[in-house]
Each structure stands twice: as structure tokens, then as C-alpha cells.
Design a protein around this ligand. Structure first.
Ligand code: C2E
Ligand code: MG
Ligand code: MG
Ligand code: MG
Length: 285
């Protein structure tokens, strides 16, 4: 009996993996049509300055509105897009869409907002990436300083990417290390890389209110990042307690559900007018 149930288990396991790969194949085929079908949207999550509660900018995050499956989160399709090379046209769409949005908002803002854009490894090592970004920022007459490219540590470890990052910095674009602390980069690496900002992954923020050890650890990370002369953003701030602790530990900027969930472009306009204080400054608190 034990043997039979064991075999049954392995049969159903095979079936499960088969179903999963069929589903993945279907998603892949759908992905090829998604761009021309206008199925992608960007949502934007505010990044705030903790010291004065002002708005620093937004992170652009992609959503796929699949005609049958509804909203597919990026974790479910970005890896497929990377494997198939579709990340290149999708990535170009993201850059243009984010620049267009920033330009649109900047009309009332005097160009003080920064937009953060996530970029995957194949984009960064494609030869025309910097040229495309430069072209887009010219087209929408945006200061390159207002655009920050977010890359993860695994991307940073590739030698090819480092030249591109240097080009980006020379052009005036920002380069942020995303999800810092979850990858494999050594601290020595962080020091010599052409980056100007580090985003501390939310796993290091989660327990700071309840655990002195987590608090000390985060404090050390913030201190180190600032010692290297880099700006810092804490990710995944969900409570007021976390927000206050971060500020007391020297962290100057943050994003997370406590401040705002990511929102569509129209909602951003409402958000901006709700937080304008009449002096051209935006206060979230
Ligand atoms: P990420 O760049 O680290 O983005 C932050 C993720 O954390 C987002 O998930 C955001 O919705 C979520 N988040 C924000 N605040 C909180 C919070 O307080 N609590 C929790 N639990 N989560 C929070 P999302 O939008 O699902 O994106 C997941 C990942 O997909 C991103 O991680 C990024 O690596 C990737 N991604 C998103 N958009 C793009 C894109 O346009 N291009 C590329 N290449 N990757 C993208
Ligand atoms: Mg990011
Ligand atoms: Mg992140
Ligand atoms: Mg993260």
C-alpha cells in the first residue's frame, strides 16, 4: 500500500509539473502578444523623505492585465520575459511610459520628482540601453538626475553591466541597488560600483519594531551605506513604528504600504493635488 501511494504521489507530481510547464508555455505565448495588445500598465509607489515628510518621487512597477487571467504580477512573467528576450521591448516600453508620466506630472511640479525604474540584466547588457534612455530623456526634456535605474545585486556582479552603469552615471542618471542585502555582493563591491543609492530590502525592515537585534542590524546597514557616501531608501515600510524607528536610525527615505500602495497614473494626480501644501512642496504626513 505504501508503495502504491508512493507511486501515485510521483504520478501526480509529474502531472503537476507538466501542468505548470503547460501554463508557463501558454503565458509565454500570450506574452508575445501583450505589448501590441496594450495589456501592460505601470503603477507608481510614492517614495517619501522621512525627515520632512515630503515626496521624493515614485517607483514605477509593471502590471500585466491578461485578458483571461486578470492582473499577472511581475514575479510571474518577468522571468519568462527575461528568458525569451521579450524583456527588451517590454523594458523599452517601461522606460518610455515612466518618462512620459514623469513629464506629465512635472508640468505642475517644476521637475522636482524622481522616478525609479526597474531594469533586468538583459536590458542592461544590451548595447543600446544607455542611448535609448538618453534619447527618451531628451524627447521628454527630463533632467537625467530625475531618473534612477534600479538594479539588483546579481546584476551588479556582472562585469559587463558595470560599464553600462558607469555610462549611466556619466550621463547623469541615478543608479540604485535594489533589494540590498538579499544578493551576494560583498561590501567591497558596493564601494567600487558606480551607484549612488541603496534600497534596503524589506526583509531587514520587517522586524525592527519588535527585535533589538533587527534594529541594530538595520542601523549598521544604514550607517555603512551613508559612510560610503550613498543615499538610502528603506523598502516595505508597513507601520508607523517602523517609519519612526527608521528615521531615528538615520534612514532618510522610505517606501511601503504605510505611506501608500502602488497606484495607477490617474490616482497619482489625485495624490499629488491632495498633498500639495500650496508652497510647491508635497507633504505626505
Ligand atoms: P522591487 O523592485 O523590489 O519592488 C518592490 C515590490 O514590493 C513591489 O512588488 C511592491 O508592490 C512591493 N511593496 C511595496 N511596498 C510594500 C510593503 O510595504 N509591503 C510588501 N509586502 N510589499 C511591498 P511588485 O510590484 O509585485 O514587483 C515585484 C518585483 O518585480 C519588483 O521588486 C521588481 O524586481 C520586479 N519588477 C516590477 N516592475 C518591473 C519592471 O518594470 N521591470 C523589471 N525588469 N522588473 C520589474
Ligand atoms: Mg525596485
Ligand atoms: Mg526592491
Ligand atoms: Mg524588494
Amino acid at each position: 500500500l505504501a508503495k502504491r501511494s508512493g507511486r501515485n504521489r510521483s504520478i501526480s507530481f509529474d502531472k503537476l509539473t507538466q501542468d505548470a510547464s503547460t501554463a508557463k508555455l501558454e503565458l509565454e505565448q500570450d506574452l508575445y502578444r501583450a505589448l501590441e495588445g496594450d495589456e501592460f500598465r505601470l503603477v507608481y509607489q510614492p517614495i517619501v523623505s522621512l525627515s520632512d515628510q515630503s515626496l521624493y518621487g515614485f517607483e514605477a512597477l509593471i502590471r500585466w492585465h491578461h485578458p483571461q487571467h486578470g492582473v499577472v504580477p511581475p514575479v510571474d512573467f518577468i522571468p519568462i520575459a527575461e528568458e525569451t528576450g521579450l524583456i527588451l521591448p517590454i523594458g523599452r516600453w517601461v522606460v518610455r511610459e515612466a518618462a512620459k508620466a514623469l513629464k506629465h506630472w512635472s508640468v505642475s511640479l517644476g521637475g522636482r520628482l524622481t522616478i525609479h525604474v526597474n531594469v533586468a540584466a538583459p536590458q542592461l547588457i544590451s548595447p543600446d540601453f544607455v542611448a535609448y534612455l538618453a534619447e527618451i530623456s531628451r524627447e521628454y526634456s527630463l533632467d537625467p538626475k530625475a531618473i534612477s535605474i534600479e538594479v539588483t545585486e546579481s546584476v551588479l556582479m556582472r562585469d559587463l553591466a558595470v560599464d553600462t552603469l558607469r555610462d549611466l552615471r556619466n550621463f547623469g542618471f541615478g543608479v540604485s541597488v535594489d533589494d540590498f542585502g538579499t544578493g551576494y555582493s560583498s561590501l567591497a563591491y558596493l564601494q567600487k560600483l558606480p551607484v549612488d543609492l541603496v534600497k534596503i530590502d524589506r526583509s531587514f525592515v520587517r522586524d525592527i519594531a519588535g527585535s533589538a537585534k533587527s534594529r541594530d542590524f538595520l542601523s549598521a546597514m544604514v550607517h555603512l551605506i551613508k559612510t560610503l557616501g550613498l543615499a538610502v531608501i528603506a523598502e516595505g515600510v508597513e507601520t508607523e513604528a517602523q517609519s519612526e524607528l527608521l528615521l531615528s536610525l538615520g534612514c532618510t527615505r522610505a517606501q511601503g504600504y504605510y505611506f501608500s500602495r502602488p497606484m495607477g497614473g490617474e490616482a497619482v494626480e489625485g495624490y499629488l493635488s491632495a498633498h500639495a501644501d500650496g508652497y510647491g512642496e508635497f507633504r505626505v504626513g
